[in-house]
Write a protein that binds this ligand. Structure first.
Ligand code: AMP
Length: 274
């Protein structure tokens, strides 16, 4: 991988990078298209990173289909597909991990201790191996993007982080590789995430700025769905992830909801006009 990138750079080409865990969908492909529009050579990695999964999480059953992914990436015009093995990324004796303090403990980090340590570690390693000029991430994983921007700034990494909008199904469900876990009833119930964010947006559009009021309107929507268990619903500052008392443009409205055995996340960033 390192040699391939060195050759591309020697011929003056810029490198765009899209790290993924595979089982690709339109969300991933939107990042590929963004990379192709901004850089000369697009590298996609598929690596189901064991370090970012907790002991009771879905590492073993995480969906995988490398043949299908390869076909999709070829059709999308990806130049290089990087498929490292866990034993290459974390060889025996591996000891080094990256912590992004405080940010790693908020929101999803509270329920998934060690998750963002795993994400930051693998992304830093991938950045060193691929050495991209621009790396592309989805707003779907809002906290991940915030953690990685902080890491990139704190560690003086020479890479631009480009965060792209959430791609959704026509009915509003954010695309996720984990959506395949949902049975038909759970799939219908999963709409409660985007519906509650819609309620937040209506509140803001109607002039409401108090996060307490917005959150209680969201909770009414969430509690009406019997299959949903709310892991968190929070309105936070987009840099510190501290709870906000009033929304401003840029404020992050984020939630995680478990439907059956499947944990789903979604978010909305308050826009200029709501
Ligand atoms: P994953 O394979 O789940 O690790 O995701 C790889 C990248 O795709 C991450 O930057 C995600 O934020 C992004 N991504 C996942 N789902 C979506 C989506 N629905 N819309 C936009 N980007 C997404």
């Amino acid at each position: 991988m390192t040699e391939a990138v060195r050759a591309e750079k020697a011929s003056g080409r810029t490198i765009g990078f899209v790290p993924t865990m595979g089982f690709l969908h339109e969300g991933h492909l939107s990042l590929v298209r963004a990379s192709k529009s901004r850089t000369d050579t697009t590298v996609v990695s598929i690596f189901v990173n064991p370090v970012q999964f907790g002991p009771d999480e879905d590492l073993a059953r995480y969906p995988r289909d490398v043949d299908r992914d390869t076909t999709l990436l070829e059709a999308a015009g990806v130049d290089i597909l990087f498929l490292p093995e866990p034993a290459e990324v974390y060889p025996p004796g591996y000891k080094t991990y990256v912590e992004v303090r405080e940010l790693q403990d908020r929101l999803c980090g509270r329920l998934r201790p060690g998750h963002f340590l795993g994400v930051a570690t693998v992304v830093l390693k991938l950045f060193h191996i691929v050495s991209p000029g621009i790396a592309f991430f989805g707003q779907k994983d809002a906290q991940q993007a915030i953690v990685l921007k902080r890491m990139t700034a704190d560690l003086n990494l020479d890479v631009d982080i480009d965060v792209r909008p959430i791609v959704r199904e026509p009915d509003g469900l954010a695309l996720s590789s984990r959506n395949v876990y949902l049975n038909p009833a759970e799939r219908r119930a999963a709409l409660v995430l985007s519906r509650s964010l819609g309620e937040a947006r209506r509140a803001v559009d109607g002039g409401e700025r108090r996060t307490g009021v917005i959150l209680s309107r969201m909770r009414v929507v969430l509690e009406a769905e019997p299959l949903a268990r709310v892991d968190y619903a929070e309105i936070v500052d987009p840099e510190t992830l501290d709870p906000a008392t009033e929304v401003r443009p840029g404020t992050l409205v984020a939630l995680a909801v478990t439907i059956g055995r499947t944990r789903l996340i979604d978010n909305w960033i308050v826009a200029e006009k709501g």
